[in-house]
Design a protein around this ligand. Structure first.
Ligand code: SF4
Length: 460
């Protein structure tokens, strides 16, 4: 009973979050920056923040995460971190030789009010930025939003600093990736290739956060969207943003700056969201859907039909990020499951609206909440009031799952106690097949372990 003090009775609380379903803004900015080839994320704040953000990513991806810090001391906390950042820029280009430094702020530098625009302009004037190299920046005050907000701010900064419109428009579609695993990004590129569409995916952490073991360490692995590709996004004919929270801002900025029209949709998790993604790619790429993709869809349908009896009416609790929870809840409904409790620490109306729309008829008793007060303590209280058959969320959910003896599927960020969360795609029809097998595995394992002896079946 690790969470023995959780009570079923909810008490109204406004100024207290217990076990938040989110992490801090710069973690998202750092992750997104790693999706640009040759980029070194730089944390403008104290060492502790940067160490925490790096370790949060390393624990999940099991990869070294390279990032630098302005190393604030007491002096910079009082007088500002301008001198530290100017020195850092010079040192980083001399010692680590990145193509781009992507600076993001922390609570401390935001509270001081450091002006990144002015500091980076000064670095340019002083000749601290070598020719052909760039310093980009975004603001990531962690006392608002979440890691998802930081991710969105970094992706929007890519548009601000790189995307350029020329008279030469290209028959290319921008795929703007919300927070997903490198395996998902690889799957999106595979789908685009099979559909014979020309795309630029950004940010692209495949080949960076899951780089192969070669015996040789590369500070900048070969993956990631290149600077040239990022610049060319301004000449693309259309953008598909995957995940409202992570990509809508970038889509709007790109349209305003370079007149690239866009569509924001859910991350293609599950049958319906993947259908929408494939159809959008087909429509805007002006290509038919190939038979091989239709076959993948058919195999998914077959798997769902074969196993629907194990999913029917199962009550599910979920926590995580809004851009993944929305399509996942839609997929659970497709499987005839009942998502009854859903929380995300990331604030925003879109989540509440999407949940209301999806659940009002099928699961009218569902409880969901976003932003402040939407924490795992509350989720646990709801579970104590009436239990569920399945819990889906990051590694922190294991304590609830253990205390309540609930089958648990690890998904989201961070997953630090099991390998493989970034090895298999969760998007596309192939990802949906992975989902179905993953869900079935834990549900049937639990059934085999807990049912009466005379009910144990060899063939399910
Ligand atoms: S001080 Fe702010 S930026 Fe630093 S780790 Fe804490 S929440 Fe994140």
């Amino acid at each position: 009973m690790l969470l023995r003090h959780t009570t079923a009775k909810e008490v109204d609380r406004k100024a207290l979050t217990v076990n938040p379903a989110k992490t801090c803004q710069p973690v998202g900015a750092m992750y997104a920056a790693l999706g640009l080839h040759g980029c070194l994320p730089h944390s403008h704040g104290s060492q502790g923040c940067c160490a925490y953000h790096r370790s949060a990513l390393t624990r999940h991806f099991k990869e070294p995460v390279v990032a630098s810090t302005s190393s604030f001391s007491e002096g910079s906390s009082v007088f500002g971190g301008s001198a530290n950042l100017l020195t850092a820029i010079e040192t980083i280009f001399t010692v680590y030789e990145p193509d781009v430094i992507a600076v993001h702020t922390t609570c401390l530098s935001e509270t001081i009010g450091d002006d990144l625009n002015q500091i980076v302009s000064k670095a340019k004037e002083d000749g601290k930025i070598p020719d052909g190299k760039r310093v980009i920046y975004c603001n990531t005050p962690s006392y608002v939003g979440s890691h998802i907000t930081g991710y969105s701010n970094q992706v929007a900064a890519f548009i601000k600093f790189f995307s350029t419109s020329t008279p030469k428009k290209r028959n290319v579609i921008n795929l703007i990736a919300g927070w997903m695993e490198p395996s998902d990004m690889r799957e999106l590129k595979r789908i685009a290739k099979v559909m014979e569409t020309r795309t630029i995916l950004f940010p692209d952490m495949s080949g960076v956060m899951d780089s192969p073991l070669t015996g040789k360490y590369d500070i900048y692995p070969k993956g990631g969207t290149t600077v040239d590709e990022m610049i060319a996004t301004g000449d693309s004919k259309f953008s598909i943003g995957m995940g409202t929270y992570c990509t809508q801002d970038a889509c709007i900025k790109l349209e305003n700056k370079c007149k690239v029209k866009f569509e924001v949709m859910e991350i293609p998790i599950g049958l319906k969201a993947t259908d929408r993604f494939i159809m959008s790619l087909s429509r805007h790429g002006n290509v038919p859907v190939p038979d091989s993709i239709t076959d993948e869809r058919g195999r998914l349908l077959d798997l769902i039909a074969d196993n629907s009896k194990y999913f029917y009416d199962k009550r599910v609790a979920l926590f995580g990020d809004p851009d993944t929870l929305i399509p996942l809840v839609e997929f659970l409904l497709t499987l005839d499951m009942k998502p009854v409790y859903i929380v995300t620490g990331t604030p925003g109306k879109h989540f509440d609206e999407a949940m209301t729309e999806m659940l009002k008829e099928r699961v009218p008793e569902a409880k969901f909440r976003s932003g402040e007060g939407a924490d795992m303590f509350r989720l646990h209280q709801w579970i104590k009031q009436e239990s569920v058959d399945l819990l889906i969320g990051n590694s922190y959910g294991k304590y609830i799952a253990r205390d309540e003896n609930i089958p648990f599927v690890r998904f989201g960020f961070p997953v630090v106690d099991r390998p493989g969360s970034n090895s298999f795609p969760h998007v596309g029809y192939v990802g949906a097949i992975n989902w179905v097998t993953k869900l079935l595995d834990v549900i049937l394992d639990h059934q085999d372990r807990t049912c009466a002896e005379e009910k144990v079946e060899l063939v399910m």
